[in-house]
Design a protein around this ligand. Structure first.
Ligand code: DOR
Ligand code: ZN
Length: 346
């Protein structure tokens, strides 16, 4: 039995760092555990332009310790009114690493997202030309569609056409939750990839209703049936280069999750690499962890792999229950009820 694992330092290709006090709480866990992270733009107001992304990057950098080599990779939030010249300039200048498409009202702070993908074809055509990745929250928002079907219907009704119309556009389908998504991405060729979160590898939809309503298990896209969880584990541990690490760590204050209308999102960044290691060990695929966590992502984004090495040691522990934000405000940690086998060496 392995007692330690070493791998190139991972990157997180999908994280919510927030702003203000929440940013100050969330940033250290990401900056310590990951060399780079793709930072989501769904602030209020959203990060819709290159200038806003640059200002947000500066707020992040100001909170980093002097000796940190963490690199925030910024994204901008697409709207029906996005100016192709503005984001192309941001990409050329190295301010923007990608652009994110949220269908309007699909999730937290997305009311000003894209109302219909056909409205932003000029932006997407430009992104295709310059090689700028498009990151997609892949759910339809029609309230008549069952929430557990919204990812599959998005693939069938929107993504399949988009993929065919713009075959060279680099697309990341974010936080996939279904066997359908894993199959689509696996068969869609070299310009299509997907991130997979630790929580979607660990819970199925029962976790939200285990003896009562469990708001800390609620995220979007919502966890699906067990067969989907198993398909995601298969995809993540397959060694296929189209699948890579993206935590979708998304902190909300405890009271905003434990509410009559609780927010979607789980905070996993402090324990994410340990959670992934647990899953890969359970799937007898620890040798595939480095590809998923540290190699496939940079290859897709045309960036160098990290040279720094981390070690995980077998040393069972329980993650902390929560992190303090300010005053009495806390954020609960996903995985805090679990005993984890692997712990990162300081
Ligand atoms: O669970 C989620 N939380 N899913 C998202 O798409 C957004 C995120 C957030 O920002 O809270
Ligand atoms: Zn997200």
């Amino acid at each position: 039995m392995n007692q330690s694992i070493t791998l190139r330092k991972p990157d997180d290709w999908h994280v919510h760092l927030r702003d203000g006090d929440m940013l100050a709480m969330a940033l250290p866990a990401t900056a310590e555990n990951f060399r780079r992270a793709i930072v989501m733009p769904n602030l209020t107001p959203a990060v819709t332009t290159t200038a806003l992304a640059l200002a947000y990057r500066e707020r992040i950098q100001q909170l980093l310790p002097e000796n940190s080599n963490f690199e925030p990779l910024m994204t901008c939030f697409l709207t029906d009114a996005t100016d192709p010249d503005n984001i192309a300039q941001g990409f050329a200048d190295g301010v923007l690493a990608a652009a994110k498409m949220y269908p309007a009202n699909s999730t937290t702070n997305s009311a000003t997202g894209v109302s219909d993908v056909s409205k932003i074809y000029p932006v997407l055509e430009r992104m295709q030309t310059i090689g700028m990745p498009l990151l997609i929250h892949g759910e339809v928002t029609d309230k008549h569609v069952d929430i557990f079907d919204r990812e599959k219907i998005f693939i069938d009704n929107i993504l399949t056409k988009l993929r065919a119309d713009l075959p060279e556009l680099r697309i990341v389908l974010e936080h996939i939750t279904t066997e359908d998504a894993a199959q689509f991405v696996s068969g869609a060729g070299a310009n299509t990839a997907a991130t997979i979160t630790p929580h979607h590898l660990i819970i199925n939809r029962n976790a939200m209703f285990n003896g009562g309503i469990r708001p800390h298990m609620y995220c979007l896209p919502v966890a699906k049936r067990e067969r989907h969880r198993l398909a995601l584990r298969q995809a993540a541990t397959s060694g296929e280069t189209c699948f890579f690490l993206g935590t979708d760590s998304a902190p909300h204050l405890r009271q905003e999750k434990e509410s009559a209308c609780g927010c979607a999102g789980v905070f996993s960044s402090p324990v994410a690499i340990e959670l992934y290691a647990q899953v890969f060990e359970e799937e007898q695929s620890l040798e595939k962890l480095e590809g998923f966590a540290s190699i496939h992502g940079p290859n897709f984004y045309n960036r160098p792999v990290n040279e720094e090495i981390i070690s995980l040691v077998r040393s069972p522990w329980q993650p902390p229950e929560s992190f303090m934000v300010s005053g009495n405000d806390h954020v609960c940690v996903f995985g805090s009820g679990l005993e984890l086998n692997w712990r990162q060496e300081e």
